[in-house]
Design a protein around this ligand. Sequence first.
Ligand code: HMG
Ligand code: NAI
Length: 443
Amino acid sequence: MTQTVEGFSKLSKSEKIRWIATRFTQNPEQTEAVLRQYWNSDEQLQQLHDEFIENTISNFYLPLGVAPNFLVDGKIYALPMAIEESSVVAAASKAAKFWGTRGGFHTEILGTEKVGQVHFRYGGNPKKLKAFITEIMPVMMTDIEPITRNMEARGGGITGITLREKTAELPGYYQLHCTFETKDAMGANFINSCLESLAQTLMREAEKHPTMSSDTPGESRIEVLMSILSNYVPNCRVRAEVRCPVAELSEGNGMNGRRFAERMIQAIAVAECEPYRAVTHNKGVMNGIDALVIATGNDFRAVEAGVHAFAARSGQYGSLTHASLEGDEFRFWIEIPLALGTVGGLTRLHPLVKLALEILGNPDAETLMRLTAVAGLAQNFAALRSLVTVGIQQGHMKMHLLNILNQLGATADEKTALVDYFRKHTVSHSAASEQLELLRKGK
Ligand SMILES: CC(C)(COP(=O)([O-])OP(=O)([O-])OC[C@H]1O[C@@H](n2cnc3c(N)ncnc32)[C@H](O)[C@@H]1OP(=O)([O-])[O-])[C@@H](O)C(=O)NCCC(=O)NCCSC(=O)C[C@@](C)(O)CC(=O)[O-]
Ligand SMILES: NC(=O)C1=CN([C@@H]2O[C@H](COP(=O)(O)OP(=O)(O)OC[C@H]3O[C@@H](n4cnc5c(N)ncnc54)[C@H](O)[C@@H]3O)[C@@H](O)[C@H]2O)C=CC1
């Protein structure tokens, strides 16, 4: 049976499922049953989900958890988190509880500037190009006005357009480097529409212009390659911080507060100079960030790409979080670029996203940036706190126990008994398997 297909996109949903099930799975009836099991019983709702993407055959569930007790800038929040990994929500909750009694999290928006670029080639005199761009700038702004009008009314729009010569990096390569304010939208579609308008004007005017036109009639010497936003947004940045006297750090850490603070700072110093550690350190930060980004219907690929580029901005990939100990005061903070939206994309469409935003008090984009940075900082604090004290496995495996028992096919009663047993014993896959066997043998 052939495993390639022409016109798959034109098949009905049932036909797509049948085609996939019969060609790629052992038991097509069971495959169809599993896929249908995850359909929503409300047909309209299912259709909404089907239409989010293309070739939809089912829904892919992720658990939605909630981490309560986040005191951020004097206000209490419960953070909705969509994530598949056990212990992340518990860790965030524990960190929130800890800092809630120590003044909470303090945040600051350091900028909201988004970026997009028109990449083009030009083989002529750079001075002539500069003069030409200056000359056509008013035309560009007039042409783009229908796209920017509404955003400007909200206080946003294009904030800058500069010609950048990049011929040292790549022969003939120039760009229009543009900056934007997109208010409560992440802004990808707005920015891309603006850039494509700028590119069209650039090409059109170059064809007409005596110094820019090529020898071939109807062609210009400027050739636009592509127009696209950048997901690197170092000036759309937020800072979140916690601080307290070292004496207040000892609680629950099993060690003197100053020693704990010093070990935290050392752990960050390791992540600053050792990329193998920095990647895992930042993965822990992203546990919190991605979970909130996904729950609020934002683009986690965009956030991930931008954050890691920022972590490598010095040329060496390093820690996203930082800590200091000045006198008796311990400070722990994160500075992170985040282009997020509370309008646009799926934010007003997906019922669970709408609910997640409601739980957060229907924040504007800046507030969501603040809360997301806090989620990353809290997560990193929880992970480092475990790492520099008892180790990660104790808490993580405690949370992972139910997954292990489910994998082993434990019944509800067996799970209750073994959760109780492992309150006082170290969890591992083999220990869980052994104890389940003993339980079943009645020992
Ligand atoms: C896992 C804990 C929280 C246990 O911590 P614990 O001290 O055993 O928890 P506890 O039972 O004493 O409870 C204290 C609080 O923790 C929370 N908590 C506790 N249990 C639950 C639960 N079942 N459900 C929800 N919340 C829970 C909750 O806030 C609770 O307060 P309460 O609700 O009772 O008032 C702790 O050990 C911890 O924070 N560990 C860190 C876990 C972690 O970072 N996981 C991420 C996955 S590992 C990874 O991917 C990243 C990493 C580690 O590699 C990054 C890096 O290397 O930097
Ligand atoms: N490289 C990337 O990151 C790319 C991402 N995308 C996708 O684009 C989507 C995000 O694009 P957006 O333009 O944000 O969404 P969108 O296209 O849904 O537009 C948001 C629109 O909402 C309107 N709006 C209403 N109230 C507003 C307010 N208070 N502030 C700002 N705008 C307001 C504006 O017209 C704005 O353009 C995401 O789904 C993302 O995955 C698309 C292309 C590339």
